[in-house]
Design a protein around this ligand. Structure first.
Ligand SMILES: [Zn+2]
Ligand SMILES: [Zn+2]
Length: 355
């Protein structure tokens, strides 16, 4: 990306702010300092200039370079006498500000679950972590041994559990950008974890839809079974192609039965999620070699501002949405919120099963 002007000076400071547009019902984090974050090419170039030859010389996520990130908030294994396999660190270029002393409560302005509309901008309070998923300089989740990959997901679960306990946070998500088309700037295997003090619009929309549909996730699962869109099952989890996938092979992974929060998932489900994500990436690699993808974990808010009714989550299932990035989102997608895809959901599911 070309160098962009930033608003880091002369506009009242550069701490991240969250802006809300009431006409577009859109929320934007304005974080000028993120323009300074380096990508692999910047880091490798600086490394070469200093005489280095391997990523381990310059990559901030490689083992041995722990001083280039803030100290870990969690690591696996827990025993610090053992070498780490995965670690969670605060993002050096966050789009939220994690204040040292959590505020006592959530902001209360605005309609239920979206406490932003009354104030068009305010400080972006929250947590923005990086989950470094391998000590070695690997870029594919398939390079991590299955047992170690399960430990990564358990580490994420523990961090989400910690954040759900904070009175100043409403909601949290882990997400992965794998490959440049999916928005990754560093190749070394990692995900990001965010926690916010409000419920973001996509989740508010899912909650509103769920409130008008009896047993929405039970129905989603039943229709996937009758429609031939279940692609894999492990333990208590199901991987399915959703009814309106945005891209070929879009897949969601969720528990068979109602389970609101991933951080409350039993160990067997955490392990099954790890296994299914590796299974999916292997299948996607066969169907569309080198395909980039995103995934993100959806769950409802774990806290709403005082005075607001908690959403009805009786039939909520946390779910991981995995979106291959095979086609660009272009004018129609950006202008309407609708998508065009070239492969039917049932065909996507059949190819994922049979490949
Ligand atoms: Zn690395
Ligand atoms: Zn969702």
């Amino acid at each position: 990306m070309p160098a962009l002007p930033t608003t880091a000076s002369g506009s009242g400071g550069s701490a991240p702010q969250v802006h809300h547009d009431t006409v577009a019902a859109r929320t934007v984090f304005v974080a000028p300092e993120r323009a300074e974050r380096p990508d692999d090419a910047d880091l490798a170039g600086a490394g070469r200039a200093a005489g280095s030859t391997t990523p381990r010389d310059w990559c901030p996520f490689c083992v041995g370079n722990e001083s280039r990130t803030p100290p870990a908030v969690l690591r696996a294994p827990r025993d610090e006498a053992l070498p780490w396999q995965a670690r969670i660190v605060p993002n050096l270029f966050p789009f939220t500000v994690n204040t040292a002393l959590p505020a006592a409560a959530l902001p209360t302005a605005g309609p239920p679950h979206q406490p932003l509309t009354a104030a068009s901008r305010r400080p972006a309070h929250g947590v923005h972590d990086v989950v470094i998923e391998s000590a070695a300089h690997e870029s594919s989740v398939l390079a991590v041994p299955p047992a170690a990959w399960r430990e990564v997901w358990e580490l994420v679960r523990r961090r989400l559990e910690e954040l759900a306990g904070r009175a100043d946070l409403a909601w949290a998500m882990v997400f992965k950008n794998s490959g440049p088309r999916a928005g990754a700037s560093l190749a070394h295997l990692h995900s990001q974890l965010v926690a916010l003090d409000f419920t973001p619009p996509v989740i508010a929309t899912e909650l509103a839809a769920a409130a008008t549909t009896p047993a929405p996730f039970t129905r989603l699962l039943e229709e996937a079974r009758t429609g031939g869109r279940v692609v894999a099952e492990r333990g208590g989890l199901v991987a399915l192609v959703p009814p309106a996938p945005r891209q070929p092979f879009e897949t969601w992974i969720l528990p068979q039965g109602p389970r609101t929060f991933f951080h409350e998932a039993p160990a067997a489900d955490v392990a099954a999620l790890a296994d299914l994500t590796q299974w999916f990436v292997a299948r996607l690699g066969r169907l569309a070699p080198e395909a980039d993808y995103n995934w993100w974990l959806h769950q409802p808010p774990f806290r709403v501002p005082s005075g607001q009714a908690a959403p009805d989550t009786a039939d909520w299932h946390w779910h991981l949405e995995i979106l291959p990035r095979l086609a660009h989102f272009a004018g129609f997608e950006l202008g309407t919120g609708c998508h065009v895809t070239t492969v039917s959901p049932a065909d996507s599911a059949r190819m994922l099963r049979d490949t």
